[in-house]
Design a protein around this ligand. Structure first.
Ligand SMILES: [Zn+2]
Length: 253
């Protein structure tokens, strides 16, 4: 790899209680799992890139408000402190919003795009299919699909900068994307994001919360091929065991 990214940081962005049936749809609802929420910072030769912006700031003071009177009331309960607001997270990593090359939005769910409004002057790189789906569907929150933000639309795979490749992985949502990062220290790291919540979804085919099961299975098969070809380490979207085993900021990959 000629021009890898310099460093990949895993940035903890709070936790979320989610009904365990979302991680394994064969389970009966009724037990909440405590899941990690992540942002990621990639330092590249072009500058720093932030991947995902965590949950909306309103969850700090009103964790139940976001899902009140929705079908997910009581099934998704954000656990967010003021330190988990994305600008605070970014500040701890040594950057301000104006420093970023761009923000990558992997998809427009509340726990991935909840802080996007804090980047009104930054390009937000999102799959066009995801943005269109979010605008067409009322199960996306307004704060995650604000049309006044500065979007840069992508259709399919894209090498965003040397060492950072966006991979179209629909299924969980219509325009979901995963991210392949190649760093000087570690080589290839595949961030599946929500193409697989946890290891079991990826390795054992455990069914989880997706918009299209057919597309989700195709996306996982594709990511497996890419991970093998790139000899990549794989980091899953919300895997509690991996959150303990891997190193978060200030360590890096
Ligand atoms: Zn999601």
């Amino acid at each position: 790899m000629k021009y890898p990214a310099k460093k990949l940081y895993l940035l903890p962005a709070g936790r979320c209680l989610v009904d365990a049936s979302a991680l394994d749809t064969r389970l009966a609802p009724g037990r909440l799992a405590n899941l990690p929420i992540w942002s990621y910072l990639v330092e590249t030769t072009d500058g720093p890139i932030l991947v995902d912006t965590g949950m909306p700031e309103s969850c700090v003071t009103d964790p139940e408000g976001l899902f009140k009177d929705t079908e997910d009331e009581g099934l998704i309960v954000p656990q967010m402190g003021s330190q988990d607001v994305v600008t605070r997270i970014l500040d701890r990593a040594g950057y301000q919003p104006r420093d970023l090359v761009c923000v990558v939005s992997t998809h427009l769910h509340f726990d991935h795009a909840g802080g996007n409004r804090m980047f009104p002057d930054t390009d937000i790189v999102v799959q066009r299919a995801e943005y269109d789906a979010a605008q067409a569907q009322d199960n996306y929150f307004d704060c995650c699909k604000d049309p006044s933000l500065r979007y840069r639309f992508v259709d399919g795979d894209l090498e965003l900068v040397p060492g950072v490749t966006l991979l179209s992985t629909p299924g969980h949502t219509p325009g979901h994307q995963s991210v392949l990062v190649k760093t000087e220290k570690t080589g290839a790291v595949l961030l599946t994001i929500d193409a697989a919540y946890v290891r079991g979804n990826f390795e054992d085919g455990v069914p989880f919360a997706v918009k299209s099961a057919v597309d989700a299975a195709k996306s996982i098969a594709r990511l497996k091929d890419i991970a093998k070809a790139e000899n990549a380490q794989i980091f899953f979207g919300h895997d509690a065991a991996q959150a303990i085993a891997w190193h978060a900021h200030p360590l890096h990959y």
